[in-house]
Design a protein around this ligand. Structure first.
Ligand SMILES: C[S@@+](CC[C@H](N)C(=O)[O-])C[C@H]1O[C@@H](n2cnc3c(N)ncnc32)[C@H](O)[C@@H]1O
Length: 247
């Protein structure tokens, strides 16, 4: 497993139950992608995971390639995709490219923040630029960090893992490093286990500057995949970049 991919066997085993209300969001994401870039375009997903979005895209006729650093997550994707419609690559997307170009490159559900230093984030964006075909688009979905950045004490929350059990999440923030450390304790009848998850968050304008430094220019920013306006109360953003020299 790539060290900062975090998604070992234990987290992978419950991943598909961690976001029980995400189905409608997935539909909106797929709709947005079809509007930005209709099939049969070539799509690259960084941190493809178990194929939540990659599989519906492949069903629509996109040619989808997914990079992921976790063998356990890719194994689950393959089990859901016996015909191999999504091609996969076990690699670190901050240091490796697919060697190909794509009309759409996407990195979803805060996965961009799993690059835990500014240099890793820059390296990832440079690789994205290299892999973007002329007129291609790059879509990032990440949380808006302000509420977390002002957190001074660890916070706790509990989520249901379907009928399987619960997960207790403890979240602490190192404001100086813009790091968020999550400790997920899984209670599902097996041996309780705690898995750490580190993210390095960036503010929206910071992300735009990093992207610009790598030849990517912001085109749209929404508060979600249904194209909600992005504003002061938005909890996340969906940002679309294109190659700066495409303009
Ligand atoms: C939150 S999951 C998202 C999975 C999928 N994209 C989705 O939206 O459901 C993050 C995924 O990114 C992978 N990942 C995180 N950092 C990575 C890196 N540097 N290189 C490759 N994969 C990475 C993890 O292994 C995990 O499968």
């Amino acid at each position: 497993m790539i060290p900062h991919a975090h998604f070992g066997e234990r987290l992978a085993s419950v991943y598909d139950n961690m976001y029980p209300y995400i189905e409608i969001d997935t539909q909106h994401a797929v709709e947005l992608f079809t509007q930005l870039c209709p099939p049969p375009a070539r799509v690259l997903e960084l941190g493809v995971g178990t194929g939540r979005v990659a599989l519906p895209l492949a069903e629509l006729g996109y040619r989808v390639h997914g990079i992921d650093g976790s063998p356990a997550m890719l194994e689950r994707l393959r089990a859901r995709d016996p015909d191999g419609r999504v091609t996969t690559q076990l690699a670190d997307f901050t240091t490796t490219t697919s060697g190909d170009q794509y009309d759409l490159v996407v990195v979803l559900l805060n996965t961009f923040f799993s690059a835990v230093t500014k240099d890793q984030q820059l390296s990832c964006l440079r690789h994205v630029r290299e892999q973007l075909a002329p007129s291609g688009r790059f879509v990032v979905e990440v949380f808006e960090p302000t509420p977390f950045h002002s957190q001074t004490q660890p916070s706790f929350s509990v989520r249901h893992l379907g009928d399987q059990g619960i997960m207790i999440d403890m979240l602490s923030v190192d404001r100086a490093q813009q790091l968020m450390v999550g400790a997920h304790t899984i209670l599902d009848g097996g041996k309780p286990e705690t898995v750490q998850h580190v993210l390095r968050y960036a503010f929206p304008f910071e992300l735009d500057l990093l992207a610009e430094a790598c030849g990517l220019q912001l085109e749209h920013r929404w508060g979600g995949f249904a194209r909600e306006p992005f504003g002061p109360t938005s909890h996340r953003h969906v940002s679309v970049y294109s190659g700066a020299d495409d303009r």
